[in-house]
Write a protein that binds this ligand. Sequence first.
Ligand code: ZN
Length: 549
Amino acid sequence: MWRWIVRTCEFTARDGTGRIGRLRMEDKEYLLPGAYDTRTIFPALQTRRLDALFPTDNPEFVAKFHTRDGEQPIPIHVHVDDPCGSGDVVITQNWHTMLKQPRDFIRQLLLLKTRLPPDTCWYYPGGILPENAAILVHSGFDLFDFIGVDLKSAQGRFCLPDGDYPESAINEGLCTCSGCQAGDLRDHNRHTLMQELALIRMRIRTGTFREFLEGRIRTRPSYVSILRHLDRTALMEQHTPVTRPTPFIASSGDSIHRPEVKRFAERLLTRYIPPLADVAVLLPCSARKPYSLSQSHHRYTQAIRRRAHELILTSPLGLVPRDIELVYPASQYDVPVTGYWDHEERFQIADTLAKYLIKHPYRRVIAHLDGDALLIAQQAADIAGITLESTCSTHPTESDALRQLGDALSGEKKVKNHLLRGMVSMQFGYDLRVPGLEAKGSYPEVIVKKNRQQIFSVEPSTGMLRPTFEGWAMIESGYRVYIDNFVPQGDILAPGVIEADPVIREGDEVLVIGDKAMATGRAVMSADEMVRSHRGVAVRVRKVKKLDG
Ligand SMILES: [Zn+2]
């Protein structure tokens, strides 16, 4: 029997492919990601008997036995192309063993994720445990049940986010939940799962889920594999915000592969336009960000006195030119500093620097570095076929070294202020050549004006440039969102978006264009999600301008 159920699914915050939102079914509402007694939400689950026998990858068997009863949740399979719409709840049947096969898991996940609308609710049946909740949410699953933890209870296993222990662990004082107090293992295991999901929701809301995830996945190699496979996918890049208001904490070897790191290096080599300068100075990074505000960098800039383009060598970003030190995550990252760089970090920095120096040749490159950093710069110079000059016979911050640096630059021309053009090139991929711009304010809180009119402002907490309508008039292409024939009252919702520049990611500054109005604002989702979703805020609007006619 086919029943129409009033249902909606709306996502309000994202962190990579993990997201939080709400599923509404009839008059009930469910927080996502969350674990529920799904058989009471979806009566169809009580009658689908074949579920338990379903093989994951046999096309003929799937074609013959795939469930089609028109009820929610809709079974999805790589070999079946059933229509699913926005707001539908979809179920990946028998995926509870898939986590042990990372390659298959990712292959099937990517096929299905690209095929279905982004605002579908993904139900992963039977397999969630406190230890794998983070990697499942990161993979884009929203809805879960208690089958996995109840099975653990039946097997006499005590679950925690770092794995499971013999039942006797309930007496070890590891947890003080109501289940533990009553000696009820099943209650404890369910409680632990719900607590883990609540923590995940909070981490997504505060933009710190990735750091949490990197810690959580260490319990099983297959979870680490899934993270690493996903990091290499276009899906993950598409869902990674361009900026966050929170620090980027690079505390594991996997941080170097984060989409934000790859994106920075890629934009540095493809988008970034350096100032007109024929001398470059390579500098060490500082713990304080932005680097300019550190004591060591204050000394370097005093010695250099703008007679060279300053390039900062750093892990995991590789290379950060001074004029884009505010761009995320350059201004926001925090790494454990040991003075020792491992093989992968060395390779990444040398590779980025070599490619940069080949693309942008300087007449002189001065390495104001010592130790490992100098060796890495030398390696990059060898690849690029250039000769490095060195100005550090002592530690870079010591007066002898600083004097050497100043002397090496005597007679060199001053480099013009390049902050705006550099930042515009990184953020918008656009070459801004407008004369007569004035930068005001105290760095990094900068406002750019032309003829006393504000054109751009720098948002120091996110490292983003915010153009006014006059600023947008100077950036002639890209980062546009096209809407229908209406004047926005508040934020732009996804159904109102007709088209969006495919490069737009969450956090990007965008210009909204319609027949009746224009608006400036910040993208809340990627272009793909704006175009394919039927619910949710697409652009947080800052200013609206009605158009005549
Ligand atoms: Zn407990």
